[in-house]
Write a protein that binds this ligand. Structure first.
Ligand code: ATP
Ligand code: MG
Length: 654
């Protein structure tokens, strides 16, 4: 079957950067040519922005694909790069973290203070017998100790596995066991939606309930006091973070580790199936995280206030909360809570309060703000914002326009950044001072990144064509494997195309006539209607462009006449629900999609629902909706944010 994806949706708006922004921008147009001239030299130059205890002489070793080595004979310490070197350069007094807890408590932590804390914690871990290559699980709320814990693990050459604090004891147990963690760093609890949400009990449960023959690798649990909630205590195993850190020696010299030393394991979101334990290493990862953070967000570490809203339990929190910003010596906001507690303008209030200049969030958040209306953000002064970023899903053009107008004051460039847990850092994105942006397009592979849209055989489809997104050359922050499963690593990513060294991303994309990239959703979700391959993203964007729609998800359900039929699940704005019948709205929306895209894309069914199934990181899980549309039992829901939502949707569909 051809992978060609038909596209009929036309978006023609273009927004070039202002001349002033363009002139002052970090990334200038010449960066593309520089990277194209000599790719290895380009990446070597980026890597040299870091501190190397032992400078590398090799750049890329790709002699045994798909196993890459970057800067292999160089040695560095990741935490030293994020901390000590800024202090040594005289920037110890610069604020690293502007932390705000959900109840409104605040902490400002300088680079000198964060360095001191990480040194002590590194000593604690060493004292517990954690050494080079050992695994440490981190299960914490968004508090400064979370960032400090990641860096302390990195500092001693061990490997962290951060597990999102919202995950259950079961999810935690499977991740602790898969990685064979020796220590768990957790908290009594954290604040969520106005109350303390306990964490320690989940750790206790994960460590207590052992299956037949399952070995317990965890020897110590370090507990941060945050929620103040009562916790049970296991003597000899559990210690308070504040006790052990205070008692630890203050001095700790960062030792050098090889560039390919493993840095972390992180499980993917599980949008398409069982999460995979993605392995990342040190030198290449840190190079690309810091390079992208500087260039894509136009960072000036002396004047900017950066805020990425991602939880550290996701890759975005690894690369654009911990490693990228700290390697670059940035000042950033870290926020514990949810966007709507205690009031729906909390995020905008934080932007106003701290003067956030660069703001990075996900389309799911933007769409939920659209649903409640622009009157809320309009109450706050957002004029400090100069760059806006988006990540996690395709951003619908209407959501993009709203983001630009309401949050960006019609001037801040939007960078729509495409990447994955596996890629480690941003791969496709506009450069804010260079690219004339288009609503809904991620546009261009970054300088130094080679990406193409290809057919099933790996042949380029060319401008105007649609197909599969492939990464055609290795990149520094690329995954080095799936933890404990090299076969699955090869099969999942490297065997799709005949061409050796072509990485299969699992996403569909098209190239417009200018050669710009438009992400079309996951290949697993592409629909085949009467021989036409249609993308979820395009039909969803058409639905969201209708004034009645707040959010939409589209799937292909098997159909006797057309092979597959388009089935849409739509959340309607409250004002419309009151004034229209669901049948009338469904009828209108079917007609609307037919007009916007063409009769072929007209949904067979439109279901008006209250909610959509989303992963904890906010992505729509279409596979579950497909189960509903085809009348099957609903599949694995363990990474769903709200497991009850599927029974509600099933009931609404019947
Ligand atoms: P799993 O691999 O377990 O199914 P996942 O793919 O959702 O989970 P992540 O690595 O968190 O896990 O997400 C990466 C995916 O998110 C990409 O493959 C792509 O489908 C989507 N994505 C991320 N950023 C963008 C973007 N800017 N535009 C379009 N899609 C995006
Ligand atoms: Mg994925």
């Amino acid at each position: 079957m051809s992978s060609q994806i038909d596209h009929v949706f036309d978006e023609t708006r273009v927004f070039p950067p202002s001349p002033e922004f363009a002139a002052a921008a970090v990334a200038q147009p010449g960066l593309y040519a520089e990277a194209a001239t000599d790719r290895d030299a380009f990446w070597a130059a980026q890597a040299r922005a870091l501190h190397w205890h032992t400078p590398f002489t090799e750049v890329l070793d790709w002699t045994t694909p798909p196993f890459a080595k970057w800067f292999a004979d160089g040695e560095l310490n990741v935490a030293y790069n994020c901390l000590d070197r800024h202090v040594e350069a005289g920037n110890g007094d610069r604020v690293a973290l502007l932390w705000e807890g959900e109840p409104g408590d605040e902490r400002r932590i300088t680079y000198a203070e964060l360095t001191a804390e990480v040194k002590r914690l590194a000593n604690v871990l060493t004292g517990m017998g954690v050494g080079h290559g050992d695994r440490v699980a981190i299960y914490l709320p968004m508090i400064p100790e979370a960032v400090a814990s990641m860096l302390a693990v990195a500092r001693i050459g061990a490997i962290h596995s951060v597990v999102f604090g919202g995950f259950s004891a079961d999810s935690l147990r499977s991740r602790i066991d898969d990685a064979g963690a020796k220590v768990v760093i957790t908290a009594d609890g954290g604040y969520r939606k106005g109350k303390v949400s306990p964490l320690k009990p989940a750790v206790d449960q994960a460590l207590a309930d052992r299956g037949e023959g399952a070995q317990l690798t965890v020897e110590h649990v370090i507990v941060v006091q945050r929620g103040g909630n009562e916790v049970e205590w296991t003597e000899d195993r559990d210690v308070w973070y504040h006790d052990v850190v205070a008692a630890a020696p203050a001095e700790h010299e960062a030792q050098a580790f090889p560039a390919e030393n493993p840095l972390f394991i992180l499980y993917t979101s599980g949008t398409t199936g069982k999460p995979k334990g993605i392995l990342h290493t040190s030198g290449g990862y840190l190079t690309q995280a810091s390079y992208t953070h500087r260039n894509v967000f136009d960072l000036n570490p002396e004047t900017d206030v950066f805020w990425c809203t991602a939880d550290i339990g996701w890759v975005t929190g690894h690369s654009y909360v911990t490693y990228g910003p700290l390697a670059n010596g940035a000042t950033q906001v870290l926020f514990e809570g949810t966007p709507d507690t205690p009031h729906p303008g909390r995020w905008w209030e934080i932007i106003q309060k701290y003067g956030v200049t660069i703001f990075y969030t996900a389309p799911t958040a933007i769409r939920s703000f659209m649903k409640s209306g622009r009157a809320i953000p309009n109450q706050f002064d957002l004029s400090s914002i100069r760059v806006l970023g988006s990540v996690g899903e395709p951003i619908n053009p209407e959501a993009w326009m709203w983001y630009r107008e309401v949050i960006g004051g019609n001037t801040a460039p939007i960078v729509d950044t495409w990447w994955q847990t596996e890629t480690g850092a941003i791969m496709i994105s506009p450069l804010p001072g260079v690219t004339a942006t288009k609503p809904g397009s991620a546009q261009t592979p970054l300088p130094g990144i080679s990406i193409d849209v290809v057919d099933d055989d790996g042949n380029e489809v060319g401008s105007g064509g649609g197909g599969l997104l492939a990464i055609t050359k290795p990149w520094p922050a690329m995954l080095r494997g799936i933890w404990g499963d090299p076969e699955r690593y090869k099969e999942t990513y490297w065997e799709k195309f005949e061409k050796e060294g072509y990485y299969f991303a699992g996403d569909g994309a098209r190239l417009d006539d200018d050669g710009d990239l438009w992400l079309l959703g996951r290949v697993d979700d592409v629909m085949n209607v009467s021989g036409h391959r249609l993308s979820t993203a395009e039909i969803e964007s058409a639905l969201v462009a209708h004034e009645a729609t707040a959010e939409a998800a589209v799937v292909g359900a098997s159909d006797e006449t057309t092979g597959q039929a388009v089935v849409a699940f739509v959340i309607v704005k409250e004002s419309y629900l009151a004034a229209h019948s669901p049948e009338g709205l469904a009828q209108q929306l079917r007609g609307w999609v037919g007009e916007q895209i063409g009769p072929i894309a007209r949904p067979r069914d439109v279901y008006i629902v209250n909610e959509l199934p989303k992963t904890r990181s906010g992505k729509i899980m279409r596979r579950l909706l497909r189960d509903v549309a085809e009348g099957r039992e609903v599949g694995d829901t363990t990474t769903l944010a709200d497991t009850a939502v599927m029974s509600v949707i099933s009931a609404q569909v019947k």
